[in-house]
Design a protein around this ligand. Structure first.
Ligand code: AMP
Ligand code: GLY
Length: 446
């Protein structure tokens, strides 16, 4: 079986790592992948958002199954394109992926399906949005409707902040077309948790829960990032809460999308807030989270290929999908300066030591150009021919904002945390930064 994973981050590395454990021994491909995926898969020089090139690659490489990591190809309709060409793909259609691609779509869906979510209003006209903000008062949450790489949400504590956020999105072009429509919603409060299930369009598997850390600095200071780490499961997550969230927040939207003729097949990601009135949905995403995938896939007891096959071909309810009782803690190593401007191209050392205690998932990494001259010059005493000729033998270099996700897995959260931080200290590159307070609640048990 030949399986292609679309994307090039740590989430996709984790998907490939999990696929590589399948007893069916699939032959793996990544588009475009990174230096880490190259050890498990053949990296194809195909951008994740180029639908023509992805479909060509699926045909040229006789791919039996394509699994999509990031949201952009899904929003662009990669699943529809593959279906039209009779290529097998796991991920929602563009119609169903609007659950992430349009916050207005998601909010209306939740309202119509009776899913608890913050009261809201949708605006295309900046003057009307400003008038609503003034009449509502602060705090209020301002959200760009479209995909904004996680940056389109402002939780405004004052009227001025809210009005500035409306202007930035609707007239300032801060998020391009994605901000021309905004959703304004009431501010909720409570602990946040992300939940994930596989669905065949009707049935939702048991949920895995994880918490992530979005801010760059310890104590949740500094600007938002793609995610600096996380843990799974939260210590307070319970079978009762799982059932309640599945029944009130997840199953109703899956049923509603199916009734609308846009069945959702793929991984559904719910971002929840546990308010005093019960769980409420903050947002839906049409994919695994990153870093959440790196935390929950090591806890998936089933063969991922079996799960995906069942979601596509039937049999998901009978599969007995289980999440292990293990704890996972992930620490992201980022480039200095991220999420602002940063430099790349720095060699990464200590990966072997890191892998002794934790799972090492690559995000922004690249293989250094395999130039024998370069390697010889850098290491004139090198006697290992392979080191000079095999691109995979060269140490990878940093090539993005988030560089590595290091995941400790253990029976206790304290044990998982100790492993993740041992690896975070072992792996090194110039300018490396990481949070020291991921799963800090477990630190005292270490
Ligand atoms: P989103 O991109 O929708 O996940 O929003 C990003 C973050 O904004 C969430 O993780 C929450 O912390 C916060 N947020 C979004 N919506 C609300 C809300 N209605 N009330 C309070 N905080 C919110
Ligand atoms: N960890 C947040 C996301 O993947 O959207």
């Amino acid at each position: 079986m030949r399986v292609l994973v679309v994307g090039g981050g740590a989430r996709e590395h984790a998907i490939l790592w999990k696929l590589a454990q399948s007893p069916r021994r699939p032959q793996l491909f990544a588009a475009p992948g990174n230096a880490g995926t190259a050890s498990l898969a053949e990296n194809l020089p195909v951008p994740a958002d180029d639908l023509d090139a992805l479909a060509d690659a699926a045909r040229d490489y006789a791919i039996d199954l394509t699994i999509v990591g990031p949201e952009i190809p899904l929003a662009l309709g990669v699943a529809d394109r593959f279906h039209a060409e009779n290529l097998r793909i796991f991920g929602p259609t563009a119609a169903a992926a609007q659950i992430e691609g349009s916050k207005a779509f998601a909010k209306r869906l939740m309202r119509d399906a009776g899913v608890p979510t913050a009261p809201f209003a949708v605006f295309d006209d900046p003057a009307e949005a400003r008038a609503y903000v003034r009449s509502h008062g602060a705090p209020i949450v301002v959200k760009a409707d479209g995909l904004a790489a996680g940056k389109g949400v402002a939780v405004a504590q004052t009227l001025n902040e809210a009005l500035a956020a409306v202007d930035a999105a609707m007239t300032g072009g801060a998020f391009g077309h994605a901000g021309e429509r905004v959703v304004l919603e009431d501010c909720l409060s409570g602990p946040e948790v992300s939940v994930f299930c596989f669905t065949d369009g009707e049935y939702a598997t048991p949920l895995a829960a994880a918490c992530d850390y979005k801010r760059i600095f310890d104590g949740d200071h500094g600007p938002n990032t793609g995610g600096m780490g996380g843990y799974s499961p939260p210590p307070w997550w319970s079978a009762d809460l799982e059932r309640r969230v599945r029944e009130t927040c997840i199953e109703p939207v899956i049923r509603h999308l199916a009734r609308q003729g846009a069945p959702y097949v793929g991984v559904l990601y719910g971002g929840l807030m546990l308010t005093n009135d019960g769980p409420a949905v903050i947002e839906f995403n049409a994919r695994f989270g990153d870093p959440e995938a790196e935390l929950i896939l090591p806890r998936l007891a089933n063969d991922l290929l079996d799960v995906v096959d069942a979601a596509l071909d039937g049999g998901l309810p009978a599969l007995d999908l289980r999440w292990s009782g293990d704890c996972a803690v992930g620490v992201v190593l980022a480039s200095g300066g991220y999420p602002g401007p940063y430099e790349t191209g720095f060699p990464i050392s200590g990966l072997r030591e890191a892998a002794e205690s934790a799972l090492v998932f690559h995000a922004g990494t690249a293989s250094r150009a395999a130039s024998p001259n370069h390697d010889q010059a850098a290491n004139p005493d090198a006697t290992d021919i392979r080191a000079a000729t095999d691109i995979r033998a060269a140490p990878p270099v940093s090539d993005g904002g988030r560089v590595l996700t290091l995941v400790g897995v253990a029976p206790t959260m304290a044990g998982a945390r100790a492993k993740a931080y041992a690896a975070a200290n072992a792996a090194a590159f110039r300018g490396k930064q990481f949070r020291s307070d991921i799963a800090a609640f477990a630190a005292s048990d270490c």
